[in-house]
Design a protein around this ligand. Structure first.
Ligand SMILES: *[C@@H]1O[C@H](CO)[C@@H](O)[C@H](O)[C@H]1NC(C)=O
Ligand SMILES: *[C@@H]1O[C@H](CO)[C@@H](O)[C@H](O)[C@H]1NC(C)=O
Ligand SMILES: *[C@@H]1O[C@H](CO)[C@@H](O)[C@H](O)[C@H]1NC(C)=O
Length: 484
């Protein structure tokens, strides 16, 4: 009888032995991987994976977001406090100029164009905050301002490519010599400038937002970097549809980072030269393992927002009249700003489909709220442009419906009811995977929104060089001939 426990003991011993040997093997092989450094045959993406795996998530994105929802302002500061630590993960030594995908030169614009707009208290002569110390980075204001905060995340990410101890993807890196740069970054917080300083207060003086735009155009047109390329290799962020209203027509040769092209003529902005960046979602992001499944989402279709909208937005009213009396449809008036963030969060995560209907601009943050809630987006906006669509197949996790079809009586619900549990679940699984692509955070992580935007810029670089060389063809030949 005693032989049975002994046998069990033997098996568990040999298992432990096997485990130890395989662990040793794993450790050895990863050490070898790192030692090869630059000359290794291992593709860099593997390094990236390893680096990311080693990164402790000392800012827990979901915790941060939850705290944002309650305290809304002081975004970075609150996440800093709650994580209870100022420790940065140690940055791997292998991200230098030769390893980075994209070399970026950034103008030292005076702080009034960027962190000064955040009420940053700086030392005299200081242009940039010290990003190695988390609580010295001024926080971006919360609430709806945060939707258009891409300008902020890209700038702090670039700054953090310099100090040796911030762990981030090796995608974009800041360099000092502009002639060696792939692109020139213009660090103007144009959306914040619009949101904070475009209101006219009685008198007829130009607003601060206008003054900054005029100054910016003057500054850029006077720079050698701009003259060299005609601005074609410059990156300008204008995510709020009304930002850069005055300056855009003077700077249209640059690469814009936008929410959509709704308020631009196609000469000034278009999909060939410009980049569409996600809004920062305002609802809480669901953790994948807590995401309600098909049967746990009682509502079929969810929409909450302003129903009366001008321009493309008339369709909202038509859809409202079609859907308002349907059971298992939640279609109501309400703005997210009026304390409705929590309710929207709850509503979307208990719905199978979330409508993203054109408003007074083709895009809105509702799409990104839906993605963060793992609610399959139904996009009804004929002129919308989707972020990263050159590398991302939206049909795997979203349904696009032409406006002319959506307003046909009975059409939309018929289509959505046809999507049964199995098909829906496939889209939901994909949503949980792609949600990270739309996540803005600091420090940036591989495959988040900041990283995806830099990669999108990188995909445009050869196109930019092509444009610059074509522009300078005769001038460069002349230089060559003169030198002979
Ligand atoms: C990062 O480096 C700076 C400069 O050496 C240091 O002062 C800072 O504390 C470091 N951050 C951490 C927490 O390791
Ligand atoms: C940033 O702060 C760290 C830690 O205090 C310091 O070592 C470093 O020199 C600072 N960097 C700059 C550019 O001031
Ligand atoms: C910048 O780079 C160019 C091209 O590599 C080089 O000719 C120039 O000397 C560099 N300028 C400085 C200030 O290092």
């Amino acid at each position: 009888m005693t032989s049975i426990p002994e046998k069990g003991l033997f098996i568990s011993r040999s298992l432990a032995c096997l485990f130890a040997v395989s662990m040793l093997f794993l450790i050895l092989s990863s050490m070898i991987l790192f030692q090869f450094g630059d000359t290794s045959l291992v593709p860099r993406s593997i390094y990236k994976l390893i680096i990311v795996k080693r990164t402790p998530d000392y800012i827990k994105p979901d915790e941060t977001r939850a705290s944002f929802e309650h305290k809304s302002s002081r975004f970075l500061a609150s996440s800093h406090k709650e994580s209870g630590s100022t420790k940065y993960p140690i940055k791997s030594a292998i991200c230098g100029q030769t390893q980075a995908l994209l070399k970026v030169f950034m103008y030292d614009l005076p702080p009034e164009f960027h962190f000064g707009l955040l009420g940053w208290k700086r030392d005299r002569n200081q242009i940039w905050p010290n990003v190695s110390i988390l609580n010295q980075i001024p926080a971006y204001p919360g609430g709806l301002y945060l939707q258009h905060s891409v300008e902020y995340w890209l700038t702090v990410d670039l700054l953090s490519s310099v100090p040796p101890n911030v762990s981030r993807p090796c995608t974009a890196i800041l360099i000092q010599n502009s002639t060696e740069a792939d692109v020139i970054f213009v660090p103007f917080f144009s959306s914040l400038s619009y949101n904070r300083h475009s209101k006219i207060h009685g008198n007829k003086k130009p607003t601060m937002d206008k003054i900054l735009q005029v100054k910016l155009v003057e500054y850029l047109k006077g720079r050698d970097e701009w003259k060299r390329s005609g601005g074609k290799d410059h990156i300008i962020i204008a995510h709020h549809p009304n930002s850069m209203l005055l300056a855009r027509k003077h700077l249209g040769s640059a690469m814009f980072v936008l929410a959509d092209f709704g308020r631009y003529s196609s000469q000034i902005a278009n999909i060939d030269k410009d980049i569409i960046a996600p809004y920062k979602h305002v609802v809480r992001r669901l953790v994948a393992r807590d995401s309600p499944s098909f049967d746990e989402r009682p509502v079929l279709v969810y929409f909450q927002g302003a129903i009366y909208r001008k321009d493309g937005g008339v369709i909202r009213r038509k859809l409202y009249l079609l859907l308002k009396d349907e059971k298992d449809v939640h279609f109501t008036y309400g703005s997210v700003s009026s304390g409705g963030v929590r309710k929207a969060s709850q509503g979307m995560s208990s719905s199978k489909f979330c409508l993203n209907i054109a408003g007074d601009t083709p895009s809105s943050n509702r799409l990104f709220d839906a993605i963060a809630s793992h609610c399959v987006p139904v996009i009804i906006s004929d002129d919308i442009e989707l972020p990263f669509e050159d590398v991302l197949d939206y049909s795997q996790f979203a349904i696009s419906v032409r406006a002319s079809d959506a307003v046909k009586k009975g059409y939309l619900l018929k289509v959505l009811r046809r999507v049964k549990r199995e098909k829906w679940t496939q889209m939901w699984e994909r949503l949980k995977e792609v949600a990270n692509y739309f996540e803005y955070q600091y420090p940036s992580q591989s495959g988040d929104a900041v990283d995806m935007i830099w990669q999108a810029v990188h995909r445009k670089v050869s196109f930019v060089h092509n444009r610059v060389r074509r522009k300078n063809r005769y001038e460069m030949s002349q230089k060559f001939l003169d030198a002979i």
